[in-house]
Design a protein around this ligand. Structure first.
Ligand SMILES: [Zn+2]
Length: 90
């Protein structure tokens, strides 16, 4: 799962193929392409990734004994990246 973090307003939005995701301040936005893998983003944003299997496992697992929620893996996507496209890219 890809998301964008807007450096201007601090908003984090998940990207979707069906519609453009826009941050709170409107400076950053993006969407998945129809292949569901590549994404177009624009503005002062940083692309983020959530490891889907890690996330699904955290949702499915019972709560930890200490009462804290389960962790999952997320990471900053380093640009340039072949699945992230900016307006100047083909
Ligand atoms: Zn913003």
């Amino acid at each position: 799962m890809k998301l964008i973090y807007c450096r201007s307003c601090g908003d984090i939005r998940a990207l979707r193929a069906e519609s453009e995701a826009r941050c709170f301040c409107g400076a950053s936005g993006g969407h998945y392409r129809s292949d569901g893998v590549h994404a177009d983003i624009a503005g002062p944003c940083v692309p983020l990734g959530v490891a889907n299997m890690s996330f699904e496992a955290a949702l499915a697992a019972p709560p930890r004994e200490d009462g804290r929620g389960n962790s999952f893996e997320a990471f900053v996507i380093t640009e340039p990246c072949e699945t992230i496209h900016r307006p100047a890219d083909p």
